[in-house]
Design a binder for this molecule. Sequence first.
Ligand SMILES: [Zn+2]
Length: 61
Amino acid sequence: MDELGVRTCIICGEPKTEGIHIVSEFICDACESEMVHTDVQEEKYHFFIHQMKQIWVQKNA
Ligand SMILES: [Zn+2]
């Protein structure tokens, strides 16, 4: 986190100011919204889950 409040979204990797924090990591509004509306069967859902797992791996490493 920098002084401007811009954080790098762990999903899209882009710097954003609006979003949510999960386990000290950041997910931008666009990705968070997309996650909510993504069908469980879609490949993208699994990508999100994969990204989320990376958080826990990092925190438990
Ligand atoms: Zn994002």
